[in-house]
Design a protein around this ligand. Structure first.
Ligand code: FE2
Length: 386
């Protein structure tokens, strides 16, 4: 029997293609994500060697920064900033002590920081930092931030004509001896950023995105749609007015065992970002390279592929290649998608990555939820947490 039976997942589509009458908080796209990590220097090496990022800018004692060390790693249009505190009193050090390595800042590029910030705050967002200017010889960069789930903040950034490397305080990273500068794995864009929140808080955060940021609800999955014998979750996907930014929000639901969301909440010690989905246009090539580099992926049961063609119809990629690499496929009314999930990228069972290639499909792999959950629970049981 296939574990990926689509008939068991029946999402209720809400507001799909809905136009936002008044997009009071227009967003241009993801600017970057900042992760607070235990050892930014070593994390940067991992993201470069395993995921094919390139370290392009640094900030730390060598650039006159006294409190933290940051490494900007880039691939395609994806920018991650990896930051560690240089003393235990720095926010990054405190965050790592509590959450382990995790996403601290989701930075969005906006046409006007002042307008985005005042629109959000007047609609109930809690401010984290008022609009301010950071400047150096290369120009000015405007930024402000509001509080999000857990200790995460959402930052608004307006780059204007800033021409320096990333931002004031950063300097171009020196060439690392022996390291190739073009070792990318084909990742080019952040597709979506998923949060896990506490039981009963999903609707509150969905309302936050719609009321405060003018997002609309793309889709809702209830616990009937996303459940296995042991655990269940509910999920709502919120997207901005132009549809370029998507934030799925999960909460645990009643099940026989501990859900993967509860496991996350236990080890992350509160809500936060569960996974970051990165787009590629060549998932076969990308996943081959990531596997060669040692990235670990969730194991997909061999029988998942037995009736894949019947379930998803005709796709361009050979099924045996997908099976070889453990890549999942799913179809919705707009087309199909291919996706794969890494294991957590730190010791705590918290943040992981999704690699996704879209061929028209705008969904999230609903048909794969079941098989994905079974795979996740196998890992969870092995950790003694089910
Ligand atoms: Fe995802």
């Amino acid at each position: 029997m296939s574990l990926g039976a689509t008939e068991q997942t029946q999402p209720a589509f809400v507001g799909r293609n809905a136009e936002v009458a008044d997009d009071f908080c227009p967003i241009l796209g993801f600017d970057h994500l900042e992760l607070y990590v235990g050892n930014a220097k070593q994390s940067a090496a991992y993201y470069c060697h395993a995921f094919g990022f390139e370290c392009t800018a640094v900030r730390g004692l060598q650039t006159g920064e006294r409190t933290r060390a940051s490494y900007l790693v880039e691939q395609g249009g994806i920018r991650l900033v990896l930051t560690s505190g240089l003393h235990s009193s720095h926010d990054a050090a405190r965050s790592v002590s509590r959450h382990g390595d995790s996403v601290a800042v989701i930075a969005l590029s906006v046409p006007s920081v002042d307008e985005a910030f005042s629109a959000a705050v007047s609609r109930g967002a809690r401010p984290a930092a008022s609009p301010a200017v950071a400047s150096d010889d290369h120009g000015q960069l405007r930024h402000a931030s509001i509080r999000l789930y857990g200790d995460c903040v959402m930052q608004f950034i307006e780059r204007g004509d800033y021409s320096g490397v990333f931002g004031p305080g950063f300097e171009a990273a020196p060439e690392v001896a022996g390291a190739s500068r073009s070792r990318g794995c084909g990742l080019h864009t952040i597709d979506h950023v998923v949060a896990n929140v506490e039981l009963g808080r999903m609707n509150e955060w969905a309302r936050f995105f719609s009321r405060v940021l003018g997002f609309n609800q793309l889709v809702h999955f209830d616990d009937e749609a996303i459940s296995t014998e042991y655990s269940a979750l509910m999920s709502k996907v919120m997207q901005d007015g132009s549809g370029v930014i998507k934030f799925p929000i999960n909460e645990p639901a009643e099940g026989r065992g501990k859900s993967q969301i509860e496991e996350f909440l236990d080890f992350h010690e509160g809500p936060g970002v569960q996974h970051i989905a990165c787009r590629t246009d060549d998932i076969l090539g990308t996943v081959s390279r990531l596997r060669e580099n040692g990235v670990e992926f969730l194991h997909v049961p061999g029988n998942y592929y037995d009736d894949l063609e019947q379930r998803v119809g005709e796709i361009d990629e050979p099924i045996d290649r997908l099976a070889e690499l453990g890549i999942l496929a799913d179809r919705d009314e707009d087309g199909y998608l291919l996706q794969i999930f890494t294991k957590p990228v730190e010791d705590r069972p918290t943040l992981f990555y999704e690699i996704i290639e879209r061929h028209g499909a705008r969904g999230f792999g609903e048909g794969n939820f079941k098989s994905l959950f079974v795979a996740l629970e196998r890992e969870q049981a092995a950790r003694g947490n089910l």
